[in-house]
Structures are given as C-alpha cells and as structure tokens.
Ligand binder design. Structure first.
Ligand code: BJW
Ligand code: ZN
Length: 246
C-alpha cells in the first residue's frame, strides 16, 4: 500500500533537498497540450514527422510552423498554481532543483531559480550550419522557417528524438537526483529516455518518491506515494501544509 498523507508530510518536513522532475502534464492547467494521453499532441500528429531532425530537413516550414503555433499559445499562457508552488517552495526547503522535460519556460516565468531543462527551450533557436543562437525576438514571427545570415536553417533549440540531451545539464540532473531527500515526479508519462531514468536513480540513492499525475504511469508502481489528480490542485495544498508545520 502507498504511504499516507501524514507519512508524506513527515518526509517533506525532514527534507533538505527536493527535486521536482516535471513533464508536460504540469503545464496542462496552463492550457498547454501534453504529448500523450487524453488530448495529447501525438494522438493527432506523428512524432516522427515533427520531432526529429530528418523531418525538419524534409519539411522545415511545416516543423517551424508547428513550433510557431506552440509559441503563440505560450505567449498567452501563464504559469499555473503548480509552477508557482514549486517556485515558492524555495522558501521552505534548503535546496530546490527543478529538472524538467518541458521546453515551455513556465518554471522560469513562475520564479524558480534552479532549473535544468533536459529537452531545451522553445524560446531559443540556433542555426544548424554555424550554430549562432537566436532568441525569439531575433527571428521573424512568421510561419516560414527562417535562415541565418550564413544561409543555414534556423531551428528551435529543443531536443528531438535521436538527439543527445545537453550533457552537462543531464549530468547535473543526475547529481541532483542522487543527492535529494525527496523527488516529486509530476505530470510525466515517464516513457522518454534517458530522462525517464532520473526517478529510478533518485530511488536507488535513497530518495523518497512522490508522484502526482491524473493517471497511473510506467513508474507508478515504483514510487513511495502516488497522488492522483491535477498538479495545480494537489501540490499547493501539500506544500502549504508543510510550510505551516515548519
Ligand atoms: C497531468 C495533468 C495534470 C496531464 N496534472 N498530471 C526504445 C526504447 C527506449 C528508448 C528508445 C527506444 N527507441 C528510441 C529511444 C530513444 C528515445 C525514446 O525515449 N523513445 C521512447 C518514446 C521510446 N529517446 C531519444 O531519442 C532521446 N535521445 C536519445 O536517446 O539520445 C541518445 C541517442 C542519440 C543518437 C542515437 C541514438 C541514441 C531524445 C528524446 C527527446 C524527446 N523530445 C520531446 C520533444 C521535445 C521538443 C518539443 O517539445 O517539441 O520531448 S518528445 C516529448 O516527450 C517531449 C517531452 O519532454 C517528452 C516526455 O513527455 P512527457 O513530459 O512525459 O509528457 P507526456 O505527454 O508523455 O505525459 C504527460 C503526463 O501528464 C501524462 O502522464 C498525463 O497523465 C499527465 N497529466 N494533465 C498532473 N493536470
Ligand atoms: Zn548560420
């Protein structure tokens, strides 16, 4: 049987280092579509046609347009109660690290200060030929894939299937996982590797694992506590209880 709320609170009261490992589900309540599950992007579009480099080379305008659409949604979106609760928990715990698979920048906008972005950031772009970086305001906000001065295509600075994750960021995330007392696993299906290795690493190094998700996932059976429901509804209340008892 999974642990009770009292046991969870006790673990959080004793914790010095907390890692939040987050996925698309944490941004669902901000109106950002997830990839898998109900309403997920991949139910309608094929990942292999959009989220890999060959697809981009085959049809740069189509892939670029998809990212521009997502950027336009993000422009009007706000961090939700879960992002904000995580940022504010820097006042509760000594060390707080956000390890996110998301590219949406909402943790930063919520005020979190220690964020490892495993799959990049949709607000950055770079030239595939000369590797010059372009921030969003530097590239035209239109649907045709822009070109760099050198003639190379400009792509979003995100990690597509078959591409390596940023190695320093992944190593730092592994270190955080190996050294935390509690890891929250929030809004991720935990099926995409190597990111999905992070919770297991934390567990093997003695961390207490709390999952928050609207449905069971690949790793639900391995965690100490499963809280089923929306992150924006569960997390703020839990962290408020910890704060009021500290
Ligand atoms: C809520 C909620 C609410 C909803 N509250 N919860 C076979 C086996 C194993 C591995 C592989 C394999 N074949 C290929 C691989 C490797 C591949 C991989 O893992 N594939 C698997 C899918 C099978 N991985 C890679 O290719 C990675 N690179 C790599 O391995 O490099 C090494 C290498 C290099 C060269 C050659 C060979 C090896 C790279 C992976 C990159 C992933 N990129 C994406 C796109 C990023 C850019 C973009 O955004 O466009 O990253 S894919 C997509 O999935 C995105 C996400 O970050 C990632 C994870 O998704 P996430 O966050 O878990 O979201 P969902 O939608 O899956 O889940 C949402 C959850 O939220 C659900 O559980 C809901 O229930 C829940 N939820 N509302 C709480 N309100
Ligand atoms: Zn260039």
């Amino acid at each position: 049987m999974k642990d009770t709320r009292e046991k969870i609170l006790q673990k959080l009261l004793d914790a010095e280092s907390v890692v939040y490992f987050t996925g698309a589900g944490i941004s669902a309540e901000s109106g950002i579509a997830t990839f898998r599950g109900a309403g997920g992007i991949w139910n309608k579009l094929k990942p292999e046609e959009l989220a890999n480099f060959d697809a981009f080379l085959r049809n740069p305008d189509m892939v670029w347009e998809w990212y521009q659409y997502r950027r336009s949604v993000l422009k009007d979106a706000q961090p939700n109660a879960a992002h904000l609760a995580i940022a504010q928990s820097e006042n509760i715990f000594q060390n707080v690290t956000v390890v996110t698979q998301n590219v949406d920048n909402l943790h930063k906008r919520a005020g979190s200060t220690n964020i490892y972005e495993l799959h990049g950031n949709i607000e950055r772009n770079f030239c595939v030929r000369c590797h010059t970086y372009y921030n969003l305001p530097d590239v035209p906000f239109e649907n045709k894939a822009p070109k760099c001065e050198c003639g190379g295509l400009i792509r979003p600075d995100v990690v597509w299937f078959g591409e390596m994750l940023p190695q320093e960021i992944f190593s730092a995330s592994e270190d955080a996982a190996m050294n935390c007392d509690v890891m929250f696993i929030i809004g991720t299906s935990a099926v995409v590797y190597p990111a999905a290795r992070i919770p297991g690493l934390a567990r093997r190094h003695g961390a207490y694992l709390i999952e928050i998700n609207i449905e069971p996932t690949e790793i639900s059976y391995t965690v100490d506590a499963s809280l089923m429901g929306k992150a924006g509804e569960i997390l703020p209340g839990l962290l408020n209880d910890v704060k009021s008892r500290k």
